[in-house]
Ligand binder design. Sequence first.
Ligand code: GYE
Length: 324
Amino acid sequence: MNVRVMLLSTVAASLALAAAQSQSAGLPKLAVKPKYRVCFTQSEMDNPWRLAQTKSMQDEAKRLGWTLIFTNANGSAAKQASDVRSCIAQRVDAIFLTPREEKPLTPVVLEAKRAGIPLFVIDRNVDEKVAVPGRDFVTFIGSDFYEEGKRAAEWLVKKTNGKATVIQLLGSTGSSPAILRQKGFEDYVKKYPGIEIVASQTGNFTRDEGRKVMETLIQAHPNASAIYAHNDEMALGAITALETAGRKPGKDITIVSIDGQKSALQAIVDGKLGATVECNPRFGVKAFQTLKDYAAGKTIPVRMVNEDKFFDATNAKAMLGYAF
Ligand code: GYE
């Protein structure tokens, strides 16, 4: 090796080292303490899933004796961004953020980092092209939404023998579960020419909007034979609209959704809903343990995927007690 090559490779090696250091050094440190003061910024509290998630976080904080500052953005991404800023201003030890939409909540993740406060993204994600887990925030903890959409599609294809005219009720526009549950489902059904999606419209993850949207869509597409709803609340709203329109959910129209809340399992037992893919809302133990591990200097994976069950007529009744 001549001097020039040696010099170049030394420069390259030290550049690589500096890049690696700046990655991990970029994340704010967290001291080991017996108790922490943390923020949990919730996006909204309008359905059983959100209530279960919040309860799980509050129960674990209580069990550990930590102070949990809870904020509710009431469905507004702008309010949620200011909630995160107020957590930063209060100099909490760490922030748990469940971002309502990807893009509007990405800048505050970077602001928390600049303020030296470690932030954990839980449930929904931010825009990972801009805010990178392991560099700008500690990790993403949540379900594999793409897989959830795919599992819903798999069930529907089987149930309908690959022949269905589908109406899709989308979740809140710009939220990671809506984006990925749509993609996971659509990618899968593409392989089945007998499955046609005739309409896709947002019901904003709420029962009331699910019902209203379905009232119009079922008029426009009276030949629809299946509904795919991105969450149970919209599916339950759709069931009401379909019954009002004289349809027989579960008999002349097959419905599949996501979440696995108790009332959805009951709708399966009643024969109205076909199946629901679980989206586990119980984050408390995992989220707080991850914070402790991070403070202790353990390596935290940049993505931590929750396990999700599946409910249909074979197990809904037995699982009623488990569901939220
Ligand atoms: O499916 C829905 C809730 O982000 C995974 O948001 C969550 C979704 C869940 O409002 O019911």
